[in-house]
Design a protein around this ligand. Sequence first.
Ligand SMILES: *Cc1c(COP(=O)(O)O)cnc(C)c1O
Length: 462
Amino acid sequence: MRYISTRGAAPELSFDEAMLTGLARDGGLYVPATVPRMSAGDIAALAGASYEEVAFRVMRPFIGDSFSDAEFADCITRAYAGFGHAARAPLKQLQDNHFLLELFHGPTLAFKDFAMQLIGQLFQTSLERSGNRVTIVGATSGDTGSAAMEAFRGLSNVDVFILYPHGRVSDVQRRQMTTVTEANAHALALTGDFDDCQARLKDMFNDFAFRDGVRLAGVNSINWARVLAQVVYYFTAAVALGAPHRPVSFTVPTGNFGDIFAGYIARRMGLPIEKLVVATNQNDILHRALCSGDYVTTGVTPSISPSMDIQVSSNFERALFDAFDRDGGAVEQMMDALKGQGGFHISQGALDRLRATFASGRASEQETSAMIKRALGEMGELLCPHSAIGVHVAQAHLGATPMITLATAHPAKFPDAVEAATGVRPALPPRMGDLFDRPERMTRVGNDLAEIEALIREEIAA
Ligand SMILES: *Cc1c(COP(=O)(O)O)cnc(C)c1O
């Protein structure tokens, strides 16, 4: 299996090369050259299999010869062993024909654990074999950083550094990063906001001397391996509700378009998904783009669903690549216009193609809070704000086809918003009950590239 860039001008790579690289050198994102199909018989045979077994069968064709069957199966087993639910991604009924896919039973209580735990194991296996060591640097508004620290802590061929905006992540998110005790894991509290963190990260990738010198690797959501790991739970959920014999739809709380793009891949593989509904908060660029064809950035307005406060939705580039018949030049032009003029127009043909798969909706702050309250009162379900946006948007798309809404985080990760809406303060699961007693460790850094690079060089030499 080969991987190609959405901008058409970077070398083709194998699975493990694409995973270790992250961003393509032409600025594009890696996608599989062809999407493997699963027949109705293959899908029907997944019924009753464990999450790990489904994961193996769904992902195996994408891996090529990067890992042996035994290596890959071991990585999957280790990745999900620390989850707090035997089903890993349990499905619950919410309403008539409406189901909730709980993706928050991993070690940091958000769906990002599904991908991050697996790529931690895959990185380690690949690096042990080659004898190489890499430096992972990530920027986070909260959930990605905690999932990455948790996945890479203690691995012997990796150092991990996470930049987060000082004073701007929730207490639970911060503590999940700063209470990690392993020496290879470093939380860096940057004086600035999330955009500053992301800008310094990009600077590091563009500083080729530094990038090559420390063997910089990226694990943000544009990494193909992360998307792939998320394809699995679309299969387990759909099969639980009768696929391939009957179709289902999904509603996905969306920021960077990574999670919902995994659903799109599942559909291309042959899973009978009728609609994939994009659910956004007030930062609704994707909803506006799908309605009007104009993808135009406005400023980000902070919300009670901070993991979806995004205005440039990186993974959307992968959907555009397909909608434009895999024309890397067309994608490059749109991305240049986004950079230069703050937006671009999606041609009618491409928009029609996107709309054949994707529907969309948004929830205001008020609607989000009202949904959290209503879900507890009418459905007996305490939802995190992101999941509540999904459930709100799904209401407009319920019908004869079963709807599955993704619950992307545990309510205890966002206790203030949940308490404000319901009066109930959600408790952390018992296995995490001592989070607030553990000592914290972090390094304060300025919003300064040279300072951050010097610190990273010093730490990995130590
Ligand atoms: C990251 C995140 C999202 C958005 O996921 P994307 O893949 O960026 O679309 C939604 N909810 C939560 C809780 C998240 O952590």
